[in-house]
Design a protein around this ligand. Structure first.
Ligand code: NAD
Ligand code: UDP
Ligand code: UDP
Length: 336
């Protein structure tokens, strides 16, 4: 009879940091505007290790400056349209340009990012058993015929327009998420994000809030795209990040609208920026781009009921916080 093998002695590594139960979280697009604020919040929890994968198309290392070199943080230059083989527990999948100027710049790349990029992140989630959250968009409602927009509304989207690479891309991304969920049992979360603003937006990224604030600080006219009566609802970035984390940690797949229901016309927004930041600038009407949605406002009943979430920061309180950051970056000090 062969003697029984003695049980393996406990490895000296057992109590080392390699065996601590840290949560490893991947944030794709983490060098961007919303992603970098999300990383800041996730890094506050000492049990989280955060890995950012970003190709720096619209994001920048500068947004993550304070974390580079931190033992719980890792930054990878990676394009999500290529496979990614790493080990993680959770995936926040944000990678995708969000400003119309950038997503229209290379529309084929935008749709690849949305479709192949999301497919790859789902493949990764499937291989390692991770939960994955997709940042979808209010653009899936297109030029909405229902107002405000509940999640049950299927949308009014032009499939062949200049915005389609983004909004149809996100619609396919949502479809992929649900197919992986139904077919492979992947744990999914879908957030439909409405217009978000705050510090670290690209100064020249062409979105309306960043444009108006930069114009007001440079003393240039605020460019309202005609007719100016189109509406948007603006959510401050800290509220957005709070909503995304609640969705990830909660029990509901979504889709769930995350946005601020305070609705403004673009003329009202221009008037507000003028009043708060520089009463001397003019407001100028300029030509609009095709397929611009005429109205947009989230119905956030689901977010309230299922996530216990609602935004706290009103536009008038959020704009000055963003102004401060833009003043620093543009080198325009506040007049005494
Ligand atoms: P952003 O452009 O600041 O950030 C996107 C990040 O993704 C950037 O760092 C960019 O470099 C990276 N990226 C783009 N393509 C990539 C690729 N192929 N591979 C790897 N990285 C890539 O935009 P944001 O405002 O922070 O938006 C983040 C997410 O939220 C996006 O998915 C966007 O669609 C969604 N969203 C944003 C808003 C908004 O108002 N900001 C509204 C709706 C939805
Ligand atoms: N994938 C990835 N990382 C992984 C696993 C998969 O990027 O850890 C990619 C893979 O290259 C594929 C996609 O995810 O293109 C979908 O993977 P899945 O296993 O679902 O499909 P299949 O590889 O069978 O087509
Ligand atoms: N817009 C504007 N002036 C600008 C940039 C945008 O009036 O300098 C308008 C644009 O026509 C749209 C709204 O602001 O009606 C929001 O545009 P943005 O590009 O910020 O976001 P999205 O269209 O994706 O909601």
């Amino acid at each position: 009879q062969t003697p029984k093998k003695p049980p393996p002695s406990p490895s000296p590594l057992r109590n080392s940091k390699f065996f601590q139960s840290n949560m490893r979280i991947l944030v794709t697009g983490g060098a961007g505007f919303i992603g970098s604020h999300l990383v800041d919040r996730l890094m506050e929890n000492e049990k989280n290790e955060v890995i950012v994968a970003d190709n720096y198309f619209t994001g920048s290392k500068d947004n993550l400056r304070k974390w580079i070199g931190h033992p719980r943080f890792e930054l990878i230059r990676h394009d999500v349209t290529e496979p990614l083989l790493i080990e993680v527990d959770k995936i926040y999948h944000l990678a995708c340009p969000a400003s119309p100027i950038f997503y229209k710049h290379n529309p084929v790349k935008t749709i690849k990012t949305n479709v192949i990029g999301t497919l790859n992140m789902l493949g990764l989630a499937k291989r390692v058993g991770a939960r994955i959250l997709l940042t979808s968009t209010s653009e899936v409602y297109g030029d909405p015929l229902e107002h405000p927009q509940p999640e049950s509304y299927w949308g009014n989207v032009n499939p062949i327009g200049v915005r389609s690479c983004y909004d149809e891309g996100k619609r396919v991304a949502e479809t992929l998420m649900f197919d992986y969920h139904r077919q492979h049992g992947i744990e999914i979360r879908i957030a439909r994000i409405f217009n978000t603003y705050g510090p670290r937006m690209n100064i020249d990224d062409g979105r309306v809030v960043s444009n108006f604030i930069a114009q007001a600080l440079r003393g240039e006219p605020l460019t309202v795209q005609a007719p100016g009566t189109q509406t948007r609802s603006f959510c401050y970035v800290s509220d957005m990040v709070d909503g995304l984390i609640r969705l990830m940690e909660g029990e509901n797949t979504g889709p769930i609208n995350i946005g601020n229901p305070g609705e403004f016309t673009m003329l009202e927004l221009a008037e507000t920026v003028k009043e708060l930041i520089n009463p001397e600038v003019d407001i100028k009407m300029v030509e609009n781009t095709p397929d611009d949605p005429r109205q947009r406002k989230p119905d956030i009943t689901k977010a309230k009921e299922l996530l216990g979430w609602e935004p706290k920061i009103k536009l008038r309180d959020g704009l000055p916080l963003m102004e401060e950051d833009f003043r620093l970056r543009l080198g325009v000090p506040k007049k005494k």
